[in-house]
Design a protein. Structure first.
Length: 365
């Protein structure tokens, strides 16, 4: 495991650490995390903080509602975000900056690059970026939904060396440690497979939106980009002492030896498919080998998408082949499919080009 030879890290802090009892923000568990961040910066390691907690922090301002509606939760997030930022500000003697994003921002390539540039500029000028999902305005279609996966997307955008996910347990156990006394901590994971996911069914918090499964999903995103990932217990102050010593206090996920290229990682793990191109079950084209996908290959088009949107290419039996940038709109593809004259379709494609470009495709394995 790396120590503070890390040049840049992302630290993810959950709602249960920010507002443990939904009675406003508490610095009780944050002091150790803040000191760790300060020590990292003092040792030349840049830090980006992904902080949940806006809804939990604002909860107490709404007359003790037990089951708030979606609109009230958004209002809680708006109220709590200010308190959360103020709490972090009090713990640091260096400037911080707030960056609120949605999945709609991250999956749009132009806005994604803008987010990258903002993070880099903040770090260059010595500020600590504090990032959260913009819960006050986001919708189901535009949200990531949990800050574990958001932190992995941020780590990729920030070109981080490591992602540290603070949980309410030490890491990934063979069983839910809250139920099974014989549960054993897994210290290192080199391959995230179905067996690993099967262990992630427990260890959820009643304050946040993510459980252990979302942390595994985040680790899978991060390690494929070459980012070392550690799930640790954020409630235990000794966690951060061990991290500073280069020790592994939780579960370490080792990164890919050959990470995915940046734009392919974004296409695979951040960009969201707006529609699907469905091909025959016996389709055997090499989509990444300069073999153009034609309208003859596509048997159905689903969803509404525009030129430049990401689409999923799959077989009729559900097998996912690739995610790619579409050079056609769903409207045009459906129009071509309705034409009985195949010469017309071929003529359109000769003038317009390939349906998907081999420069903007991520093969799914």
């Amino acid at each position: 495991m790396a120590d503070l030879h890390w040049k840049r890290i992302v630290v993810k802090v959950g709602s249960a650490l920010i507002a443990p009892h939904k009675q406003g923000c508490s610095s009780h568990y944050l002091l150790g995390i803040a000191q760790f961040i300060a020590n990292c910066r003092a040792n030349g390691c840049e830090v980006v903080l992904v902080s949940s907690g806006s809804v939990a922090a604002g909860w107490h301002r709404f007359n003790g509602i037990d089951k708030p509606s979606v609109s009230v939760k958004k209002a809680m997030a708006a109220a709590g975000q200010a308190d959360m930022m103020a709490t972090w500000d009090k713990l640091f003697d260096f400037p911080t900056a707030q960056l609120l994003v949605t999945h709609g921002d991250l999956r749009n390539r132009e806005r994604y690059i803008s987010i990258k540039n903002t993070i880099f500029s903040l770090l260059e000028h010595g500020l600590l970026p504090i990032i959260n999902e913009n819960d006050a305005v986001t919708t189901d279609k535009l949200k990531v939904g949990d800050n574990d996966n958001l932190s992995a997307m941020v780590a990729a955008a920030a070109d981080a060396d490591a992602l540290i996910i603070c949980s309410d347990v030490k890491g990934l156990y063979t069983k839910n440690p809250n139920i099974h006394d014989d549960a054993k901590l897994i210290k290192q994971v080199s391959d995230i497979n179905d067996n690993i996911y099967s262990m992630a069914g427990g260890a959820t918090s009643d304050v946040g939106t993510g459980g252990m499964r979302t942390k595994i999903e985040a680790a899978e995103k991060a390690i494929s980009h070459g980012i070392e990932t550690v799930i640790v217990n954020g409630f235990d102050g000794d966690t951060f002492t061990q991290l500073l010593k280069g020790q592994n206090p939780g579960t370490l996920f080792t990164p890919f030896e050959h990470p995915m290229q940046e734009h392919l990682h974004w296409m695979t793990h951040t960009s969201q498919a707006q529609g699907e191109l469905i091909v025959e079950n016996d389709f055997d084209g090499n989509l990444d080998q300069h073999t153009p996908l034609t309208s003859d290959d596509v048997v159905a088009v689903t969803g509404n998408f525009s030129v430049g949107d990401t689409v999923l290419v799959r077989k009729g039996d559900g097998t996912k082949l690739a995610k790619a940038r579409s050079n056609y709109s769903s409207c045009l593809l459906n129009f071509i499919a309705e034409q009985e004259d195949r010469d017309f379709a071929n003529d359109v494609q000769q003038k317009t080009g390939a349906i998907i470009s081999d420069k903007n495709i991520a093969i799914l394995e």
